[in-house]
Structure formats: C-alpha cells, structure tokens
Design a protein around this ligand. Structure first.
Ligand code: BG6
Length: 474
C-alpha cells in the first residue's frame, strides 16, 4: 500500500453548535440551532423554519444551550486530542458569538477572544486549526430580519464576519471551510440556510436562490481569504457519498446520475467557477429564475483550493420509488442497499463507497481532497471497571481508513482525515447525546443530565496508534 505523506493531517472534527454550549455567555446571540429540541419535533423544525419559529422557547430542553460545554472545557479537551497525536483539529466558529444578531457593524470582542484562546491552545500542541465559517448556525437575527439566505443582504453580513476572522486569526489559522455541507440546504433548508417558506411559494426557487447567494458568498470569502493572507487554503465542503443505481435498469442509472448532480451542482460551481451546463434545463423545468446581479458570475470564478467532504455512507436510488424499501435514518433518503449492513441509527455502512466517492471527486475536479467527517454514531456502554470497549467504532473506522488509503494508492491526492465528533457531542439530526461518535466519552444524557466528565474509550488508544504509525494498521 502506498504510504501516506509524512505531513498527512490526522485529526478530528466538531462544530460549535453541537459542542460549545454557553449559548448566552460571552455576548453570544442566538443561532437558529438554539431553537431545536431533542428528538421528537427536531427534524420537523429542521425542515420547516416556520414551525421552528412558532415553537421558540416552548420545548423543555434545547441540547445546543448546554451541549458538552466545550466553552469551559476546551483546555482539557484539546489536551486529550494532543495526547492522541492530532495534527489538525476541525472546529467551527459560532457566527452569533462574533456577530450576535448577524448584522452589526462591529464584532463582539469577547467572542473573538474565546477563539484566540482556543487556537493558541491548539498551536501550543502543534495542532493546526481547520475552521468552518458556517456550520448550521446562521444567527437567528438574520433569519428573523431577512429570512436567512433568501436575502442578498446576508452575503454582506457573512463577508463582514469572514473578514474579521481572516484578519484576526491571520497568524493562527490557514485552513478554512466556507460552508459546512453546503448541499444540505436542499434537504434541511432551515438549518442549512435559515429558510422559512411562505404558503404556496415555489420551494425549489427559494432554495436555489439561497444556494446562489451562498455560492457567491463562498467565492467572495475565498477571494478575501487569499487577499488577506496568500497562505490561506480555503475549501468547499460537501455532504458526499456516491449514489448507486438500485439495479442496472438504465432508468435507475439515470436516476442515480441526476441525484449525484444534485450534490455536485454545488462543488461544480465552487471548484470550476461557473454553473454547470446541466443546471439550465433543471432550472427551466422547475420554473427557477435566479436573481443574479452584475458581478455575481464574475465573483464565482474565484475557486477553492481543496475539496473537503463528509462521508458516512453511499446512497442508492430506484427510478420506481415503491419498488425498493428505503433506509430509515439518513436525511438524504436512500433505497435500502441489500448488500450493506446498517447502523443502530439506520445509516448504511459502506467503506468501499468511500474509495468510490474519493475517486469520483478526484476524477471530476483534480483538486486535493480533505475528508473532514467520517464516523459511526453508536450507543456506548461503560463497563464495571470504567472501560468503554467500542470495538464496533474501531471496526468502522479501520475499514474506512483502509478504503481511504486504497483511494490514495489509486492516485487521489488527500490532505488529511478528521473523523467526526472526536469527543462525544450532540447529534445534529436527532439532538441526542446517546448517538456517540467520539474517542472521548462525555458523561451527559439526552436530557442534559451528567457530570460532563471526559473518559478515554478503547478507540482513543487505537486512534493514537493509527496516527503514530501514519495510518499503517496491523
Ligand atoms: C453531518 C454534519 O451532516 O453529519 C454534522 O456536518 C453531524 O454536524 C454529522 O453531526 C453526523 O450526523 P448526526 O446527525 O449523527 O449528528
């Protein structure tokens, strides 16, 4: 097997809204995620912004308000990552911690100081921060004032925020991601873009308009990052996973191609710098007419340095929806692939799918890739002796890391690998703590009870070894 480069970036990833808590401390404003309850109505809120706004303050428990309290535990948490030998730590900055309402002219200094401290702590251990600028937490103020990303004004608010971060952290951060899983706005329009639909309107029109604004904002932020520091490396970020045809019926093959295009639509713009040709017919047939201002298409020509993505599973599709049962868990909706096992949360497990996805992305773009999310959400049990023997997680990660190395041997250029939820955090889709991804266990339950004590799992030592051996797994 081809060896990974010596400077390969091994690490893990978390997001502010799922880890920080302290939702009202340090001058932070509310983000749209702060309206989401645990389980129950959560998915309904993520899909339907009007429902989420109508239920503001009505739920008993909001997981993002407390989360794992990374806000007060970051020193011990980063120390644990350093102990595993991390080279990179992906985290997001909470936009409303810097601009509480989103549209202020000046940033919140206390919020900036918090991230200064975090980045200093990482650098102390030689860990490079990889910063996501917007991970599902558009300020609620922008949602209420502008309807989130349905309004062009939000581009300026976002760029003001980006400029503050690029200048402030010029000496501390080089790796940036403009939007987490940008294609998620088509599937979960409230958390992806703060969209609240009006009765009877063309939802596709609203979603693709918001996508246009995010794509313009992403390109302009990339340009700005390069101007402020030419050493900056800026990536797009896709919720990836190739779509397989359910059978070799050409109808299924075509359906899979169209589904793949639904995701590549975003990266085609961010990597190639222009709308792909196939989108014209799609827009026409769905009655989508975009507001494209002078300069938008020119701005889009500023492309990213690398393609980052999350990979949890492949998907599959049948042209005849009723002919195949579908998976339960994943928000993408997929036909149940009979060749794959399924996790406790209904997500199918497909390590070879990672190799397929990486080869597809690299063939398409010829840009370095960065795997910034991958992992298994599972229930963990603490044994009587205090140990947590998460062999299922080790098994999942080992198979995916091996598949990743196969892709590198295939010729794919890869910057690094950050597994998702390296410390247990709140699940984005369900709000549960019991859906754990981490190498580090956090004592917290789905209702917010627990000591918040951190505890090393068996996978902690396993990953420490993987990093030490630069991916060579015996
Ligand atoms: C990705 C998100 O969609 O998947 C993360 O970028 C999320 O925020 C992760 O946590 C795993 O999903 P879940 O729902 O299991 O937390």
């Amino acid at each position: 097997m081809k060896a990974l480069p010596d400077d390969f970036l091994w690490g893990g990833a978390i997001a502010a809204n799922q880890s920080e808590g302290a939702f009202r401390e340090g001058g932070k404003g509310l983000s749209l995620v702060d309206l989401l309850p645990v389980k129950g109505d959560r998915m309904k809120c993520m899909l339907d912004g009007a429902y989420a706004l109508a239920h503001e303050g009505k739920y008993e428990y909001y997981p993002s308000h407390k989360s794992i309290d990374f806000y007060h535990h970051y020193k011990t948490d980063i120390q644990l990552l350093a102990e595993m030998g991390y080279k990179v730590f992906r985290l997001s900055v909470s936009w409303p911690r810097i601009f509480p309402n989103g549209d202020e002219q000046l940033p919140n200094e206390e919020g900036l100081r918090f991230y200064d401290a975090i980045f200093d702590e990482c650098l102390k251990y030689g860990i490079k921060p990889l910063v996501t600028l917007n991970h599902f937490d558009t300020p609620l103020g922008l949602v209420k004032k502008y309807g989130g990303w349905r309004h062009r004004e939000v581009i300026d608010c976002y760029l003001r925020y980006c400029e503050v971060l690029f200048k402030r952290y010029k000496e501390k951060v080089e790796y940036w991601i403009t939007f987490n899983e940008i294609n998620m706005l088509l599937h979960l329009p409230f958390i992806g873009a703060g969209l609240v639909f009006e009765a009877g309107e063309n939802k596709e029109q609203v979603k693709y308009q918001a996508a246009h604004y995010q794509l313009v904002a992403s390109a302009m932020a990339t340009k700005l990052a390069h101007e402020i520091n030419p050493a900056n490396k800026v990536g797009c970020m896709l919720a990836a996973g190739n779509v397989y045809p359910f059978t070799c019926d050409p109808e299924d093959v075509w359906a899979a191609l169209e589904k793949d295009r639904e995701q590549f639509f975003f990266t085609d713009v961010q990597v190639r710098g222009a709308y792909p040709s196939y989108v014209q017919r799609f827009f026409h047939e769905h009655n989508i007419k975009l507001d494209i201002a002078d300069g938008d298409l020119e701005a889009m020509k500023h492309t990213v340095d690398y393609v980052s993505f999350s990979y949890y599973s492949s998907r599959s599709i049948s042209a005849k929806p009723d002919s195949a049962p579908s998976t339960e868990g994943n928000v993408f909706g997929s036909a149940l692939n009979p060749y794959l096992p399924t996790s406790e949360w209904g997500w199918q497990i497909d390590p070879l799918g990672l190799r397929i996805t990486m080869n597809t992305l690299y063939d398409r773009y010829q840009k370095p890739l960065f795997i910034v999310e991958n992992g298994l959400g599972a229930t963990d049990r603490i044994e009587a002796d205090g140990s947590i023997n998460d062999d299922y997680r080790i098994d999942y990660l080992e198979k995916h890391i091996k598949a990743m190395q196969e892709a590198v041997a295939d010729g794919v250029e890869l910057i690094g690998y950050t597994s998702w939820g390296c410390i247990d955090i709140v699940s984005a889709s369900s709000g549960e703590m019991s859906k754990r991804y981490g190498f580090v266990y956090v004592d917290l339950d789905n209702e917010g009870n627990g000591t918040l004590e951190r505890r090393r799992k068996k996978s902690f030592y396993w990953y420490q070894n993987v990093i030490k051996n630069n991916g060579v797994i015996e």
